[in-house]
Design a protein around this ligand. Structure first.
Ligand SMILES: C[S@@+](CC[C@H](N)C(=O)[O-])C[C@H]1O[C@@H](n2cnc3c(N)ncnc32)[C@H](O)[C@@H]1O
Length: 233
């Protein structure tokens, strides 16, 4: 008990000093979905580097209290931002906008890389909420929402695409892969959500693990699960 109390006090002190050091207040997006009842250091609040980042994180914080639909977890979202910024992505394509939470995670990276997100959604109500979230976060100029059935609308996509993120109708990832891969640049990434739950289409797993043109890693598999596939150079 004493140990626990000491650990909590230390954590609070650490967060206070860290936020003083950066000059920015931390933003708490809630506990992870893996361990909803416990806060471990990996669930620590996020520290925005500047006011633009703060505005996006605050919008995410608000969005997570409002209407949501199958949005990525904080842990998954952080990975999306990290990959976007790491590969200097200029053009990111998302299938499945929902209310725009993953879009906001991508925007954290894209405002630094100078890139753009083209996100596809079939449900007008969700697309409308996403649009409002992007405006509130001050990133609407970085994002284009394409309304309609993405199996049709992706035919108009132009390349080169740096990142493709699949997060819509889970049984049809293969169709998106076939249609969009030719437009992904060598060295680009195909990221697919829900590699654990709901269970992925085995044909999609085959396609990304048995093709010599691809190298795939499966990450964060203790929750929804994400595959990251490199289109080899
Ligand atoms: C899992 S949610 C996306 C969550 C979002 N990426 C996030 O993390 O905030 C899947 C979305 O895909 C949309 N969707 C399903 N089938 C689609 C299709 N054929 N074309 C475009 N969007 C589709 C659904 O309406 C739903 O909003």
């Amino acid at each position: 008990m004493m140990h626990l109390r000491f650990a909590s006090v230390s954590l609070i002190l650490l967060l206070t000093f860290s936020s003083l050091a950066t000059g920015q207040q931390a933003i708490d997006l809630g506990p992870s979905i893996v361990n909803p009842d416990s806060r471990s250091p990996i669930d620590n609040p996020l520290f925005p580097v500047d006011d633009g980042e703060r505005q996006i994180l605050e919008t995410l914080q608000q969005a997570r209290k409002g209407p949501r639909y199958a949005n990525v977890s904080v842990t998954d979202g952080r990975l999306l931002r990290l990959l976007t910024e790491t590969i200097g992505a200029q053009r990111v394509v998302e299938i499945g906008t929902s209310t725009g939470e993953s879009g906001l995670w991508f925007a954290l990276g894209l405002r630094k890389t100078g890139g753009h997100l083209i996100t596809h959604e079939i449900h007008p109500g969700r697309a409308k909420i996403a649009e409002e979230n992007f405006r509130r976060a001050g990133v609407d100029h970085l994002i284009t929402i394409v309304l309609g059935d993405a199996h049709e609308t992706v035919k108009d996509l132009e390349g080169p695409i740096d990142i493709l993120f699949l997060d819509a109708d889970k049984d049809n990832y293969l169709d998106y892969l076939d249609k969009i891969v030719p437009k992904i640049r060598p060295g680009g990434l195909i990221i697919a959500h829900n590699m654990v739950s709901p269970p992925p289409d085995p044909k999609y797993i085959e396609a990304i693990t048995r093709n010599p043109a691809f190298e795939t890693s499966f990450l964060l598999m203790d929750a929804a699960g994400i595959s990251v596939t490199l289109k080899k150079r």
